[in-house]
Design a protein around this ligand. Sequence first.
Ligand SMILES: Nc1ncnc2c1ncn2[C@@H]1O[C@H](COP(=O)(O)OP(=O)(O)OP(=O)(O)O)[C@@H](O)[C@H]1O
Length: 240
Amino acid sequence: MAAALEIDRVSHSFGAVEALKDVSLTVPGSGFTALLGVNGAGKTTLFSLITRLYNNSSGVIRVAGYDLRRQPAQALARLGVVFQSRAMDADLTVRQNLAYHASLHGIPRRQAAGRIGEMLAQVGLEGKAGDRVSSLSGGQQRRAEIARALIHQPDILLLDEATVGLDVKSRAEVLELTRDLIARNGVSVLWATHLMDEIQPGDDLVILHRGEVLRRGTATEIAGQRGLTQAFLDLTGVSA
Ligand SMILES: Nc1ncnc2c1ncn2[C@@H]1O[C@H](COP(=O)(O)OP(=O)(O)OP(=O)(O)O)[C@@H](O)[C@H]1O
């Protein structure tokens, strides 16, 4: 299976601050890849490059085989994103938010209506389509954002610290839902987090620290005998 995302030697600076230094990683065509790093590691900067909020001026980014710089429309069409900050219009209903997103992707209205129902059912929000986003709980809003991000059937879903600000129960639900979607939709996931307990032994794991990829492998390989917490501490000098 082709890689869902390939990052090859990507760097990015904000003036004198080198936010990403020669970053390379691959997200396989299916499954859960965790991008683990403490605050300031460069996770959001990397997501901003993948989504073209910033231009990548060095290295290559490929989404589902499409070069982001040369074939941006094709690449972005294969990408679904849940940003760290809330990104839905709180005064509109869930359905209106999703319909707007579907129209941006050129999905015909009738097809979009069916797809919205299907995705809301998958994230456990059936019956909430007509509710204003502002009336939903934080966890429900995140789930609606996941449904929105999947409306155009992307190959890869990026989630940037998707559980920040949620209570323990909602955090677990959002994470479990995301893992279920991999099995149901065959989508592949890049999950950026600073929380080690969100990572499972079989997950692919990339450790990003101060803009550099320190390790890539399965969580089990990286953890070794000492466990992931100690391995992270040994690698970075800080605890996640
Ligand atoms: N717009 C910006 N201007 C200047 N420096 C920035 C900007 N955005 C990020 N940085 C710097 O780049 C580095 C990486 O930040 P980034 O936000 O990508 O990290 P992060 O891993 O996503 O952390 P967090 O979880 O806190 O957002 C940090 O040193 C940060 O201060």
